[in-house]
Ligand binder design. Sequence first.
Ligand SMILES: [Zn+2]
Length: 215
Amino acid sequence: MGIFLDLLFPRKCVLCQRILSRREESLCAACRAEIEPRPMGKHKLPHIARWYALWDYEGKVPESIHRFKFRAHPGYAQEYAKLLAQQLEMLEFPEPDYISWVPISAKRRRNRGYDQAQLLARHLSNEVDIPFVRVLNKTVNNPPQSTIRGEAQRRANVLGAYSIDDPEYVIGKKLLLLDDVLTTGATAGECARVLLTAGAREVALVTVGAVPRIK
Ligand SMILES: [Zn+2]
């Protein structure tokens, strides 16, 4: 059955889209050798206890994440989650009580058909066997951060954009938020600020890509 499905829907490398051999998983051998996962993030992000990004957001990575977000490749979430789970285990990333995500607004979700960070959180939750819950809602449909220049402007753009969904999953809890790309940390920092204000014990962040200057 596996072989039959592979003929109908060949599995492809998430980075270069080459068709994978039976022994390759998520990435082709060339991309696996060429694109090294990042170490733990050292740069201090506001309100975030610790963070990790799988790859630098450069080379083949932006295209891959773009296909995931905008060209209806929701299946990438599972591939990214497998790779993230391997790295988090290797790095002994502390386990949270719950896995959650940086949500997009209801309007954007309707347009896209899915919330990419929610898919990442759900698949990572499966991989590491830690429950995934919604802790935040995005209540304001502000302009995308990618259209805003400057760190202070980006912080202002997301200020007050998120609210707590269910305090039961927040108060006294260690939370891990998933997102697709870490650019300045303004969005995730605002989410963490709201969660800590509501009583979360700590908030960590995991993304697929991070701009190379944030280490
Ligand atoms: Zn590849």
